[in-house]
Design a protein around this ligand. Structure first.
Ligand code: NAG
Ligand code: NAG
Ligand code: NAG
Length: 197
């Protein structure tokens, strides 16, 4: 490009700059509107038609072997408690349709669990279930609750959802399918009941 043609472009680029400044100051709401009431129908949300969905799948916590999905990130002092109080695991656990880990993958449980009880083995679970199956692919729910792992059925709140599961709330029931005391590997059945739109 010659210096003459660059000089010819200079007024054009300053015009673009002025336009950008003008556009960036033109927002949809005035700066004073921190919170605005919205018409749900304009957001594609039909608040009158709440649905109840039941999801069932198996959660695989793999702490040993070549393909770990659950990693211990703290080692609490052994005299802290007999319940593993203080341990933290970060997980990216597959969720499958059947107990067999090779069965259809329906999602992943990503988050962490930590031992938060000195009385019995009870975990605080903080997980996003990121689904990949069918119309739920790309959508998910968030579970946060107490999981006393040696109880037959543990119930944890579903606190939120995203994608087609926006505004979700409900509960998840976990029951251990298999637990290997030696490796710590576990397969847990989850039955999740979710109200959503
Ligand atoms: C671990 O992952 C590799 C690569 O994906 C796979 O070939 C192998 O079968 C897996 N092993 C186990 C025990 O799951
Ligand atoms: C555990 O015991 C050791 C040795 O008695 C002590 O030094 C340490 O402070 C104890 N830890 C806790 C968390 O009490
Ligand atoms: C889920 O969506 C992703 C991204 O759009 C796509 O790559 C993937 O193939 C989909 N998975 C299934 C099982 O449909």
């Amino acid at each position: 490009m010659t210096s003459a043609s660059m000089a010819a472009l200079a007024p054009l680029s300053s015009l673009v700059l002025v336009l950008l400044v003008l556009l960036s100051s033109a927002g949809p709401a005035p700066a004073s509107a921190f919170a605005t009431a919205l018409d749900p129908s304009l957001m594609g949300v039909h608040l009158g038609k709440e649905k109840l969905s039941h999801f069932r799948f198996y959660w695989h916590d793999v702490l040993s072997g070549p393909n770990l999905t659950s990693v211990r990130v703290t080692t609490p002092p052994s005299n802290a408690s007999a319940t593993g109080f203080g341990l933290v695991n970060v997980i990216d656990n597959p969720l499958t349709l059947l107990p067999d880990p090779a069965s259809e993958l329906v999602g992943r449980a990503q988050g962490l669990y930590l031992s938060a009880s000195q009385e019995e083995v009870a975990l605080l679970m903080i997980m996003n279930f990121a689904f990949v199956s069918g119309k739920y692919n790309g959508s998910g729910i968030t579970v946060m609750g107490r999981n006393p792992v040696f109880h037959k059925v543990r119930e944890m709140p579903v606190i939120a959802g995203c994608g087609v599961l926006r505004f979700a709330r409900g509960y998840a029931q976990a029951s251990t399918h298999t637990f290997d005391l030696k490796t710590g590997n576990a397969v847990v059945e989850y039955n999740v009941y979710v109200l959503h739109y």
